[in-house]
Write a protein that binds this ligand. Structure first.
Ligand SMILES: N[C@@H](CCC[C@H](N)C(=O)O)C(=O)O
Length: 295
């Protein structure tokens, strides 16, 4: 058996994907945090913002805890790791790529995914589907605000809305020049509000929500466990929610177009849920060498 990998991305949020349907190739004691970090290294490894292990839920030891009585509804589990080896509850770009890989690897039929399939994640089950235009959608559940916070970048403070999409976000709308922000280091945040760390979005509003027209925003993001990335799907959802909630009398639901450095995502916000739409691409496939794995 080979140690096969795929490389793929969603709006340039890129991942090493490890097909492991029966859970015998990459159990947790083999795919440990150190190996995840090595895989994600851009010069000495394959390079990526994280790792996605494509595995059936029954082979994931913590799946019963995170999925509860929905375990039987989720044949597949997105076992996601950040580039630093940590687990995240949810990944909006990753889960679209996950479904795309299930399709391209012949593990699911694309036509059968039109109404979505439930995929297990550490944030619970999520319905993910294939759209007729070749993109994918994922129902992320409702955005949950949990207070106001502040991010500091090079001494400059940015007020923001804390939002959970399963994983934590701080969405900071600003008039500052986004391109001038130095995101090479993690923004300073209040650890009491974010005991498990946070993903921070800096957002410029390009068009406010209006009757008959989609809102439009642009963002840069610093991700927990990774650094600055070219896109964040959960971040786009948290941003869409915050952008709609920000208008005092504005609509609390609608469609928000979210431009990220790596492309464009679209988010439909409604009272009960948040649906993310975007592309997913497999770039390459290969095999890890024994020379690299054993070194
Ligand atoms: N890029 C992802 C989010 C990945 C997890 C995040 N870094 C965290 O630790 O919460 C996305 O597309 O949502």
């Amino acid at each position: 058996m080979s140690d096969r990998f795929l490389l793929g991305h969603g709006t340039e949020n890129d991942f090493v994907v490890l097909p492991d349907p029966d859970g015998d190739r990459w159990p947790e004691d083999r795919l440990d945090a150190a190996l995840v970090r090595r895989l994600c290294e851009r010069r000495s490894g394959l390079g990526g913002d994280g790792v996605l292990r494509v595995v059936r839920s029954v082979h994931v030891p913590d799946a019963p805890d995170v999925l509860g009585d929905r375990l039987a509804d989720c044949e597949w589990f997105m076992d996601h790791r950040n580039a630093d080896g940590s687990h995240a509850e949810m990944c909006g770009n990753g889960i679209r790529l996950f479904l795309h890989v299930l399709v391209t690897e012949g593990l699911l039929d694309r036509a059968a995914c039109a109404d979505g399939v439930l995929v297990g994640t550490r944030g619970g089950p999520r319905r993910v589907g294939a759209s007729p235009d070749g993109t994918y959608w994922v129902d992320m559940g409702p955005a949950r605000p949990f207070g106001r916070g502040e991010a500091t970048v090079a001494g400059q403070a940015f007020a923001g809305q804390a939002v959970s999409m399963g994983n934590p976000h701080l969405v900071c709308a600003t008039d500052a020049d986004l391109d001038a922000l130095d995101l090479t280091r993690p923004p300073g945040v209040d650890p009491a509000l974010f005991p498990d760390g946070v993903n921070v979005e800096f957002v410029q509003v390009l068009a406010r929500p209006a009757e008959g027209a989609d809102a439009h925003v642009r963002l840069r993001v610093h991700e927990r466990g990774v650094g600055e990335t070219r896109s964040c799907g959960t971040g786009a959802c948290a941003t869409a929610y915050a952008a709609l909630a920000a208008g005092a009398d504005g609509p609390q639901q609608g469609t928000v177009v979210v431009d990220v450095p790596g492309g464009r995502l679209t988010v439909d916000v409604s009272p009960g849920t948040t649906v993310l739409h975007g592309p997913a691409v497999v770039v390459a496939a290969g095999e890890l060498t024994a020379e690299w794995l054993d070194s």
